[in-house]
Every structure is written in C-alpha cells, then in structure tokens.
Design a protein around this ligand. Structure first.
Ligand code: AMP
Length: 249
C-alpha cells in the first residue's frame, strides 16, 4: 500500500501572530513556521501503518514556497520515504491545492491519501473533501481511528452523538483529527538520514494547473479584546450579580 500525505507549512501554532497594519493578512515576516499539526498526525499514522507492515511507501507532498522544503525534510525525518514539493508563491486556495494533489495522486497512484482535517492558518477544512470529489474516491473526514484490512479501511469519527464507524474501499481519502495519535519527535539520526532521502520539485505549470486565487480577501482583523473576568465566591453571589448588575434574571 502506498500512502500520500499532503503537508502544509503554516505559522508555528505556538507563535503569537499579528495582523498586518493594512488588514490585508497576517504578518509572516520572520515568523517561525512549522508543519500543520493535523498533517503531523496524518504523517504519524501513515508511518505507523508502514511500521505495522500495512504500507510499503509514504510520500509527503507539499504545495508552497521553496522554504516548504524544510517542512518536507522534517516529514522525511519522521519517516516519509520521499517527498514532492510543488513550488508556489503567495496564497494558494484549497481548490487549487486539491487540483494539484489530484494530479499527484494520478501520477503516484496511491491507495490512500491521508491529509490533515484542516490547516490551522486558513481553517478551511476543504482540501481533503474537494480532492476526494475530484478523484471520485470515497472519503472519511475527522478520523480518530483507522484500521486497514486488505483493500478495506475502517475509519472511526467522533461525532456529536458518539462514535461513527465508516467502512471504505481503497483507494480513498482520509483526513486526520486530533485524537488519531500523538506524533513522535524525529531523532537526530533520522534527521541526518532524511537529508539523503529524495525530494522532487515540480511547478504548477508542469502539472497544468493555474494557481491564481479566485477568492478575494477583503479584510483580516484581530478578534475583539475580551472583557475582564470577575470571580465570584458562591452561587448566591453569582445570582445576586446576575440580578442586580447584569439584570438578566
Ligand atoms: P484546508 O482545507 O486548507 O484546511 O487543509 C486541509 C488539509 O489539506 C491540510 O491539513 C493538509 O493535509 C492539506 N493541505 C492544505 N493545503 C496544503 C498545501 N499547501 N500543501 C500540502 N497540503 C495541503
């Protein structure tokens, strides 16, 4: 089984981001970048499937600037066998990513595309779904458990009412949720080994895809500052404040 793992380079989730003064987006100048956390989880799952003898090859794919090479090297250190970078500058929309991934999927013919459920920078939660639609493959989103059995895969999803289990036939697209696993840290020897693993570079033109955005971002703004919180010492005090100060009772 071959698994393709799409990996996005995003702002490190531990960094406090700032909106540009002109409101055109988030200021990315000299901000620490990292692998999208849900993609780390997807990659970890793919590597575990390989370690369990269920998969033979894991291919990490990123669409982004030249620097996304570093993110792909990190994926190779965690256990991907090879990587592909489709070099694109600027904002790339989920539909464009899905179209590029479709071409890669047609070239690579994987049994499984295991993506993150969403990129934490744009919170779109669209790419996996669009890719499955474009490929005409079954999809299971928000996976919290994946069991591969031959050409079938069972995916558990956490839904409001409890757990939902879906059965899919491969090839399929699955997107990873937070509780699927806990990703490992790459060891120093594997970081060194990753430097020698193959990393292919392609351009969207070679793949015949126009990457020009179709959506216009009108404005990006900071969330409103939260009001100060006051602690109360008892339910009686809370009721009193709700009656006399907030006047909602
Ligand atoms: P999104 O639909 O943007 O929230 O992204 C969902 C998932 O699609 C991510 O977790 C990644 O697995 C994949 N993805 C999105 N953008 C990219 C990209 N530029 N390069 C590679 N994978 C991506």
């Amino acid at each position: 089984m071959k698994i393709v793992v799409p990996i996005k380079r995003v702002v490190d989730p531990n960094v406090k981001i700032r909106v540009k003064p002109d409101g055109s987006g988030v200021d990315l100048a000299s901000v620490k970048m990292a692998m999208n956390p849900f993609d780390e989880i997807a990659l970890e799952e793919a590597v575990r499937l390989k370690e369990a003898g269920k998969a033979d090859e894991v291919v990490a794919v990123s669409i982004g600037p030249q620097q996304a090479q570093e993110t792909l090297r990190a994926a190779l250190a965690i256990g991907a066998d090879r990587a592909i970078l489709v070099r694109c500058e600027g904002r790339i929309e989920p539909l464009t990513v899905a179209k590029l991934l479709r071409i890669i999927a047609e070239r690579e013919a994987p049994d499984l595309v295991l993506a993150g459920k969403q990129a934490i920078d744009d919170d779109s939660n669209q790419t996996g779904q669009m890719l499955a639609g474009l490929l005409g493959w079954p999809q299971a989103t928000f996976a919290s458990a994946i069991v591969v059995d031959g050409s079938n895969v069972e995916v558990t999803r956490e839904v409001d009412q409890g757990l939902m289990t879906l059965s899919l036939t491969l090839p399929a697209v699955i997107t990873a949720d937070l509780r699927l696993n806990e990703p490992r840290y790459a060891s120093l020897p594997s970081i060194m080994k990753a430097k020698k693993k193959p990393l292919e570079e392609l351009s969207p033109e070679e793949l015949g895809i126009d990457v020009a955005p179709r959506l216009e971002v009108l404005e990006v703004s900071e969330p409103a500052a939260r009001k100060a919180v006051r602690m109360v010492s008892s339910v009686d005090e809370l009721l009193l404040k709700l009656k006399e100060e907030a006047r909602v009772l």
